[in-house]
Design a protein around this ligand. Structure first.
Ligand SMILES: [Zn+2]
Length: 92
């Protein structure tokens, strides 16, 4: 990943990749890592749930379907958050 060219979410000035707060407008920078972690966890839950739902029966199959739904929600939720942030960035 290229972390050397990070821009402020607010004023679009280049900032250090490890800066939590923009040195120009003092806007707090959101961590994209959180979104990535949520989406990855969602994908894993989805894949695991799919396996359980397909390969097992009974209670674990129900659990698999539950994981499917939760994983799907996490993945879509994380992606939506990411898209929302991009849209908000463009609207400013
Ligand atoms: Zn800024």
């Amino acid at each position: 990943m290229s972390n050397d060219r990070v821009r402020c979410v607010d004023c679009h000035e280049p900032i250090p990749s490890d800066a939590r707060v923009c040195p120009h407008c003092e806007a707090v920078q959101p961590s994209p890592l959180v979104d990535v972690a949520v989406v990855v966890a969602g994908v894993f839950a989805f894949a695991f749930g799919l396996l359980l739902a397909m390969l097992t029966i009974g209670t674990s199959r129900l659990l698999g379907f539950l994981l499917l739904v939760v994983g799907f929600g996490l993945g879509v939720g994380g992606y939506t958050r990411h898209v929302d942030r991009q849209a908000g960035r463009r609207a400013r």
